[in-house]
Write a new protein. Sequence first.
Length: 409
Amino acid sequence: LLNNIQQLPPDALFGIKQRYTQDSRANKVDLGIGAYRDDKGKPWVLPSVRSAEKLIHEDPNYNHEYLGINGSPELSSAAAKIVFGEDSKALQQGRIASVQSLSGTGALHIAAKFISSFLPGRSLYISEPTWANHNAIFKSQGVQTATYPYWQASTKTLDMEGFLKTIKDAPTGSVILLHACAHNPTGLDPTQDQWSDIIDAVASKDHIVLFDSAYQGFASGDLDRDAYAIRLGVEKLARVSPIFVCQSFAKNVGMYGERAGCFHLVLPEQENIDTAKVKGAITSQLSSLIRSEVSNPPAYGAKIVAKILNSPELTKQWHQDMITMSSRITEMRHELRDRLVAQGTPGTWDHIVEQCGMFSYTGLSPEMVKRLETQHAVYLVSSGRASIAGLNHGNIEHVAKAIDEVVRH
Ligand code: PMP
């Protein structure tokens, strides 16, 4: 009965992790997975998280009861304020339905289920390239995917022309997935003017935007600046179409394994919509789909994030923590670029400092990436995406020399 089930190859990213773990070379460097490391190459528990955990454990009412189906309201309402802004008009008007999700992936999964149930037949447009899991998540729910051009390899810049053309050519009312900031894998974000043109193009075709917000606070260290695209979209598309936002706290709170996140749906501001009624209906449908999938979302990470977001002192510490992470990554970007330039490594390397967030699309070819791994024990994704968070003062010289060798080989 089960004999014909095919063995699949390991997941590309987790496969790298496996090979890295098995590698016995002392100078090995992991630039694969997108997880923050400190300057010693170690995972970092944010001081704001440590303080929140302490408070939670000291609480005499501490327990491990189930959350409700839609998760922690303390989390989802505070999370909405971060994304949309404290003074968001849409929030004040009660136009936003928010539920907790299993981190960003779970929020995307909710979006996929919602689209397949209530917006059937609409294609979802994703950037080329994008985070590998986007395709898999939407395909698994029967949502058709198509791509829009994003990265222009020859110039290492944004292919705005191709991007806008695809948005304009897409069937009216398509769903367009946009990375809110710190685009994965390229690290290349549109400028504020480019965002304006992108949102205008979306509005001209009554498309629906799905913002994937997995790195707020990681691109610039500033939550408001990193929410620029989302807030512009909410403002400009207010009279046009709903907006989905999939929010992850994996990276900006450093709680990768605790799976804290939220899914938000912004209703358009239209006279013919009974906002309270539609929001109630949508929330009930979200509950129903969450109930059959996970019954109720995980509590521990949600409690920690909610504690941080609802305490001014911990929020202040968290902002500092995000600056610590984003500025260390920026420092490593500059140091790598400077070393490559100083060595005279063939090619141009300014894109490494111009890109933002966790990743750099280095422009190294799959052959070079392979050689980096086999000859130098430096691991990155075959597309040439490097997780800059894996660099530190102890390994950057080795990495810079290794890149030099493979580029010249
Ligand atoms: N979207 C993007 C673009 C990502 O890079 C990631 C994490 N790599 C996610 C969503 C989801 O991450 P998580 O499920 O861990 O929150």
